[in-house]
Design a protein around this ligand. Sequence first.
Ligand SMILES: Cc1cc2nc3c(=O)[nH]c(=O)nc-3n(C[C@H](O)[C@H](O)[C@H](O)COP(=O)(O)O)c2cc1C
Length: 385
Amino acid sequence: MSTGALAGVSMLPANAKPLASAVQDDVPIPGSVDKALNIWDLKAMAKERLTEGHFAHIVGGAADEITVRWNREGFDKIRLRPKVLIDPTQIDTSTILFGQKLAYPVLLGPTGGHRSTHPDGELATARGAGHANATMVLSTVSSTAIEEVVKVATQPIWFQLYVMRDRPFTRDLVLRAQAAGATALCVTVDTATTGPRNRQTRGRQRGLPSGGRGLPLLQGMKRSTSVESDIFSTSRDPNLTWKDIEWLRSFTQVPLLLKGILDSADAERAIQEGVDGLIVSNHGGRNLDTSQATIEALPEIVEKVDGRIPVLIDGGIRRGTDIFKALALGAKAVLIGRPYRYGLAAGGAPGVSRVLEILRRELEMTMASTGRTSIAQIDRSVFWS
Ligand SMILES: Cc1cc2nc3c(=O)[nH]c(=O)nc-3n(C[C@H](O)[C@H](O)[C@H](O)COP(=O)(O)O)c2cc1C
């Protein structure tokens, strides 16, 4: 990670400054993304700027996209209880995760191929994240090499691993990510197969481009020439079992999280296997359609885990109130996927910063209106029932 705060941040205007507390320091980032008042505005801007195929790739889910909808509806259903006559002026959104201080509990989740959304790809994302003091999780299917990303990053970079059929290559990839400076490893366990991503496929059938510009982290990897069934990838290993988690732990020196846990028995097993953290996720509704909404799966996982390891969540987070609800149900932090891809499409690094700024500011507003001035004060008593 480079140390000079904004050194090399070519995408950001010269007079832009790092985000401090949005409540006290409400200085907009110059440029068009500034006009975006919420994530939906940035989604509309992304739709305008991207080709139909590229937009479909980001926005789409599996099959009928019911889980995509449920992820949102799960948050909308929860009612909050406001609290009045409490001094809300000193709000502290910071929290500690794996010994790392987060300015606010939002990370950029792993999504592949950022160059399909913006020419500067993951470099723009890392700069935007750095500007907004947020950690970014870099995908295995990144369109930029991790060493390049780390060079421009001013905040920690985590690495997301898809375990590949080529196991020696997978091992080397983890070692490479660690050597480059990744501070945590998120092993995605929910993608033995993707779902039928009809929206994306239809776009491709109609000749709409959706891909990125190559996958530098996968260069030199052996692909399988014949696979068990055409539902499986020639590169990602569908045959990933708990034994492999033990194998990964044997050479991983950073905290190891499993991404894609929805079932509490799996959560318990993960703890028994010595995993350091969990990400409650249904891959943004892109794999198993009609799988449970993440916010609805969270309570039973938190109950089972009972504070032994941190539980994070992603899926459908679009508002500060969503973050607040996830924290109240026991999540330590949240990750976002599509929202920052909208920001990236809309305006590169400042667009990514803008997404984070909006969410942080909305979280602060929610905390102020519910009389919670620190993250530790956010518990289930914030709910109506
Ligand atoms: C365009 C796109 C690409 C994604 N690529 C990956 C990936 O490479 N690895 C992974 O573990 N998850 C991937 N995901 C899933 C996200 O990490 C995350 O679970 C999901 O987007 C969260 O839901 P949200 O988009 O509603 O915030 C991707 C999601 C999107 C939208």
